[in-house]
Design a binder for this molecule. Structure first.
Ligand SMILES: [Zn+2]
Length: 541
């Protein structure tokens, strides 16, 4: 009898939640139960989703009254660069500075928080915004930062403003000659003023030491916290180095990562060879089971590989960085060892080359879930190849809204039909995963959600949206930011929707993004981010 009682109470205990969220407007992304008002969590996973959670309540259950707030599954950025984001967060953003004095004050603040000798970097200053509009000089920076070398790039990247310490380290003085393609600005006595034009910037930038292990770890952690703040619970890091992966291992082992990371091995080097031997590494916070390749460049700089020349530069078809046979070789290695291949392809020629290489390794329909990263410009006749080889289109909605002003100039009216064409994928039954490519774009998934449903910039232009037939509905957009990313990482059984058994990864928002006018999406903020039942970010009241 005692034995039975013990069993019964164990069963009851097993049903007692650690956390219950009530009075919420929950979008589950689970088609079998799309809406709910409450959710119970136990041991980091969802115990129940529905209405009344009273029977899961115990003495130690933490209760959160959502007061009607909207909850969605934790958003997944399927293509970002964590160390890059951390690096940009460490770099002073000087875009808004209205005088050289404002820049100097920002440098002074940075100098107070860094050990002596460490570099202070900044970007995007623009002297044309300042009184007088003249280039500044090194003295102003040297006064506020005598011990830290300072390197600040202009908004267009064509000039750098440095302090005396940086000039000393680079050994630039009155007798230094201008390098080819560059100029050192000088005063009347011929002394360097601290402004370096074009290639002269390299004289100093080359002296900035690459980040060490500790610094990389700090950058990744900083970026991960920023992601959690923005409502991301998962990030696919699109190409990591050995050093970055080491940092991830340390952070994951220490339980320090606030978001889950799906790290792609950055290219077929030594790290790839090692992983081919050991096989995929699966974990709750860190998974390594894919490789990232890069097939071509970008559209803005006309590096994307096109089948026919650029409309605005006849004779230039861009460049394939990898040969098709190289992609095929890696794809076959990956198939043999249970890895996924994720290849950057922007231009229609690059997309076709990747699809053909994948096809040679995959044969036909499959569950390898190979991905094309960006899948930006695809010939209309090539779309079915995504379907044929079960390839996922890993898109970035904000790339469309950043590029829309000039994309058609590059491509002309015919090719643009297959550019950023998300609904063409969807209508063929091709899976899409959404992302931002941060730090190229903002990591804010709500900006990505907005771009997905509007195809407009933040002022609401163009009216009706750019190529509006390619917009995603709010439901499709939310899927692409949640279950789409989970599927693209083989993680749809544990992530991407809110249903019993899955990880308790969810986000509480200040508005109902599924119902409000799009302009209000941009004013939405994240109230709380929960990963594995743990609050990793909470807005200050
Ligand atoms: Zn990228």
């Amino acid at each position: 009898m005692i034995f039975i009682v013990a069993l019964l109470s164990a069963a009851a205990w097993a049903q007692t939640a650690d956390l219950i969220v009530e009075n919420a407007n929950i979008y589950t992304v689970n088609r079998a139960q799309p809406k709910a008002s409450a959710m119970a969590v136990k041991d980091g996973r969802i115990l129940a989703v529905g209405g009344d959670m009273a029977r899961y309540r115990g003495a130690r259950t933490r209760r959160i009254d959502a007061r009607g707030a909207t909850i969605v599954p934790g958003m997944i950025d399927s293509h970002g660069h964590m160390a890059g984001l951390g690096d940009s967060l460490e770099t002073l953003d000087l875009r808004e500075a209205n005088s050289s004095g404002e820049v100097a004050r920002a440098v002074e603040r940075a100098a107070r928080t860094k050990p002596k000798g460490e570099w202070i970097r900044g970007r995007a200053w623009d002297q044309t915004r300042w009184p007088g509009g003249e280039f500044p000089d090194s003295a102003e920076l040297s006064r506020v930062s005598p011990e830290h070398p300072v390197y600040l790039t202009r908004v267009d990247g064509h000039a750098a403003w440095v302090n005396r310490r940086a000039l000393e380290i680079a050994d630039i003085n009155a007798s230094t000659q201008d390098p080819p393609g560059g100029r050192i600005l000088r005063d009347k006595q011929g002394r360097p003023t601290g402004i370096l034009i074009d290639r002269a910037q390299g004289l100093v930038s080359r002296k900035i030491p690459p980040a060490g292990v500790e610094q990389v770890r700090a950058r990744i952690l900083r970026a991960a916290k920023e992601c959690a703040r923005l409502g991301l619970t998962g990030v696919h890091d699109a190409g990591v180095s050995e050093r970055e992966l080491t940092a991830y291992h340390v952070l994951a082992a220490g339980g320090e990562l606030p978001v889950r990371v799906y790290a792609m091995i950055g290219g077929p080097g030594q790290l790839w060879e090692e992983y081919l031997k050991r096989g995929p590494e699966l974990g709750d916070y860190l998974t390594v089971r894919s490789i990232k390749l890069v097939a071509d460049g970008a559209l803005g700089s006309r590096g994307a590989a096109l089948k026919e020349p650029y409309t605005d530069e006849p004779g230039n078809r861009g460049l394939l960085i990898l040969k098709e046979e190289d992609i095929e070789r890696v794809a076959k290695q990956a198939v043999a060892r249970g890895f996924q291949v994720n290849t950057h392809a922007i231009g229609d020629r690059a997309n076709r080359a990747v699809l053909d290489a994948y096809g040679a390794a995959l044969g036909g329909a499959n569950d390898r879930r190979f991905r094309v990263e960006h899948a930006q410009i695809v010939s209309l006749g090539d779309f079915p190849l995504f379907r044929k080889y079960s390839v996922i289109a890993s898109i970035q909605a904000t790339h469309a809204t950043s590029d829309m002003r000039w994309a058609e100039k590059r491509l002309g009216p015919a090719r643009i039909q297959g550019a950023y064409a998300w609904q063409r994928f969807r209508k063929l039954g091709v899976r899409i995963a959404n992302g931002s490519d941060f730090p190229v774009e903002s990591p804010d998934p709500l900006w990505g959600f907005y771009a997905s449903v509007t195809r407009q910039d933040h002022t609401g232009m163009p009216a009706g949206g750019w190529m509006p037939e390619q917009r995603l509905s709010p439901e499709e957009a939310l899927e692409s930011w949640t279950i789409g990313g989970a599927y693209a990482a083989f993680e749809e059984k544990t992530k991407g929707t809110l249903e019993p058994g899955k990880f308790a990864d969810f986000v509480m928002l200040s508005t109902d993004i599924m119902k409000i006018p799009p302009a209000e999406i941009l004013k939405t903020h994240v109230r709380m981010t929960v990963v594995g039942g743990r609050i990793v970010y909470q807005e200050k009241p």
